[in-house]
Write a protein that binds this ligand. Structure first.
Ligand code: HGY
Ligand code: MN
Ligand code: MN
Length: 422
């Protein structure tokens, strides 16, 4: 077994092919284009199916065999010299937000493909197999909650519950997965992993502001999604006297003020907002009789999340009671803060050191499939900077150098874990 130390080929000179990586990112970005330079390749759409097919072709061209489980999770395996050893997994997600960027998730999948292509170029063999993964529905925008399929894989959700999720048009997850032809036979979660690494853009401003190439992700903050339905009464915006109104829209506004207050009371790490808001009947001259919105709270500290959830319900209930409105709460997503595996974190930090990339320990602000997979396998995350920390926006941007540095570190961390053989 050769490690980096005694094989000059595999030392700091071992790098991926930056142009090929970048070309693949740009090629994938052509599928499900947005309207402002980003992507709208939402899960289980025809565009998602097209992106999956391209990824599968690229993987098979690189000599990988493709596995597909019953949640549509894709597993492209590069054989190791010892097939009975558990594989080292890499990957992320190809689905995007409706106004998403070209790199959120996609970099994590295509960096895994570039890792395989580089090993092929140099005919490097590893003891453990290596598997490049595309997790279905990471974003949770069309089907809540996020990280749905990695959650089923990790035993968090049942497959039945996941497949019964419906989108805003009432389309069922399981039916859409069948419709696009990407429901596999493999039982979800049957695969066992030696380790998993996920490269992802930071989606925040820290690495860029600090001038660091690599984020060594030690923890992931926890997430809580509470969906709130407030019911008042539709009425004419012109002829209804103010005291007689039962204005659900006004109540939502007051609740959202409280969301901001609650999050800020746990500064500097806690965050809170509502990104999903539905107003009924959403007519200019009708007082909203009903609103449905989802409050997204996050913090690295589970006690803080629990406190924010409890205060939200108390405050919102009080606002509804005062205004004579009905209110209902439903927890539609959530996961506890994550501590990533020490050995994976060290492999990532050692790789960055060996390659001469500046690095910083960082807590992930966003949720990722790696957060659930850390429940069933030693898991690590690598981050690269993104411009202005902007993400979930079509203007999301990174540099080829940042993408390449992250992929170089992924390559070395995976090789240290999958073990190179002569
Ligand atoms: O919501 C998240 O943090 C992830 O981007 N799906
Ligand atoms: Mn993502
Ligand atoms: Mn995302």
């Amino acid at each position: 077994m050769t490690t980096h130390d005694n094989n000059p080929l595999l030392g700091k000179n071992l790098r991926v092919n930056a142009d090929r990586l970048w070309d693949s990112l740009m090629e994938m970005a052509k599928i499900g284009p947005g309207v402002a330079g980003g992507n709208n390749r939402q899960t289980l759409t025809d565009e998602d199916a097209e992106g999956r097919a391209l990824f599968q072709k690229w993987c098979e061209d690189a000599g990988c065999s493709m596995g597909l489980d019953s949640m549509g999770n894709m597993f492209a395996m590069r054989a190791g010299t010892e097939p009975d050893l558990l594989p080292v997994y890499v990957g992320s997600h190809l689905d995007t937000q409706p106004t998403g960027g070209k790199y959120d998730g996609v970099l994590g999948v295509l960096s895994g493909l570039e890792l395989v292509r580089t090993l092929n170029d140099l005919d490097i063999k590893t003891r453990h197999p290596i598997v490049v993964t595309n997790w279905t529905n990471e974003e949770g925008t069309r089907y809540a909650p996020p990280m749905l399929s990695s959650g089923v894989f990790a035993g968090i959700h049942s497959e039945e519950w996941a497949k019964d999720r419906v989108d805003i048009n009432g389309k069922r997850f399981g039916d859409e997965l069948k419709r696009i032809g990407w429901e596999g036979d493999e039982p979800v979660g049957a695969r066992k992993m030696h380790a998993m690494f996920e490269l992802h853009i930071e989606q925040g401003p820290i690495l860029e502001n600090e001038g660091k190439d690599i984020g060594v992700v030690t923890h992931g903050q926890g997430l809580s999604w509470t969906q709130i339905t407030i019911t008042g009464r539709d009425a004419h915006t012109g002829s209804t006297p103010m005291p007689l109104r039962r204005n659900a829209g006004l109540a939502m506004g007051r609740v959202l003020e409280k969301v901001d207050e609650i999050a800020l009371s746990h500064a500097p790490h806690a965050v809170g907002a509502a990104g999903h808001i539905e107003v009924f009947p959403n007519s200019r001259n009708v007082i909203p009789g009903k609103v449905i919105f989802t409050v997204d709270f996050r913090s690295p500290d589970l006690d803080v999340i629990t406190d924010m959830e409890a205060r939200l319900r108390q405050e919102a209930q009080q606002i509804a009671d005062t205004m004579g409105l009905d209110i209902a709460f439903e927890k539609v997503g959530g996961f506890d803060p994550v501590t990533f595996d020490d050995n994976c974190v060290s492999a990532i930090r050692d790789a960055a050191e060996r390659l001469g990339y500046s690095h910083l320990n960082i807590i992930s602000g966003a949720g990722h499939d790696a957060c659930w997979i850390s429940r069933v396998a030693p898991t690590g995350m690598i981050m690269c900077p993104c411009v202005d920390g902007l993400s979930h926006n079509e203007a999301e941007d990174i540099t080829k150098e940042w993408a390449t540095a992250g992929t170089d570190v992924l390559l070395h961390a995976v090789l240290d874990t999958a073990e190179i053989v002569e």
